[in-house]
Design a protein around this ligand. Sequence first.
Ligand code: RRO
Length: 314
Amino acid sequence: MTVDMTTRLGSLTLPNPVLTASGCAAAGRELSHYFDVSELGAVVTKSIQLRARSGRPTPRMAETPSGMLNSIGLQGPGIDAFLRDDLPWLAQHGARAVVSIAGGSTDEFVSLTRRLYGNRAVAMIEVNISCPNVEMRGEVFACDPSAAARVIGAVRRAADPHTPVFAKLTPDVTDITLIARACADAGADGLSLINTLLGLEIDVDRMAPVLGGVTGGLSGPAIRPVALRCVWQVHEALPHLPILGMGGIRTGLDALRFLLAGASAVSVGTAVFGDPDAPIRVLHELEHELAERGFVSASEAVGRAHPHHAMVRS
Ligand code: RRO
């Protein structure tokens, strides 16, 4: 039995619901050594900033039980090089590009959004207001409903009306539904849930933090239940708002769990470091798991684990 794998994120229709996660595959080129990037729902690019940036001091990665800490600090080529080299490459290879943008102020987010306006290679904008590896916690706009709404509202107004704008949120807040609602009210077309959790590891030989940047973002299977909980809570509060779910997805069953909790699509991130084929494997496994359960479409599974699912949908 074949399953209709198409999914919608706002006004964007994707051939399937499995994407890469921002930051884990640069702009997709590295993964193209392993599979055809156009086979995925979309490639989500590493968050891009106005200017090139070298990032935080090394070491920038640390392994933890079932997880990974990163302290990259927004290393990247800047928007000029991205538009010149990376975005055209994705378009030439038939990949749909979800462009992640990051800035230190609302004005920076707006400038980045304007640079993307009208570019047909941009399928969607993911607004990263939740990077944990910034100098000041005040720059994590997703920790505060009004700061989050200010950035998302400004980006939505500046963006091409045809381009969906998703806000990427952090789980490091008391009530993620308050931030989600503020973003939705400000015009977000959907949400990406979740970014990494702020963490720390100690090297007992050096008796010092492992990471050069001291703290880092925790990702991988260790955070999957946290991510699922966030997707669940936000879908319960805002059942009509599309969610792109991510956090520790390694298998098709993991992806299915996110769909059942309310995500319309998923991103596979940390898994690619140990298994570069992971996104495409997860896609095939998800299709199989859906078929096994008698689903004729992926969208039928979205939110199915919620007790009031039937009422919400009707
Ligand atoms: O670059 C990073 O250090 C980074 C970013 Br922008 C982010 O959003 N999440 C993360 O874990 N690391």
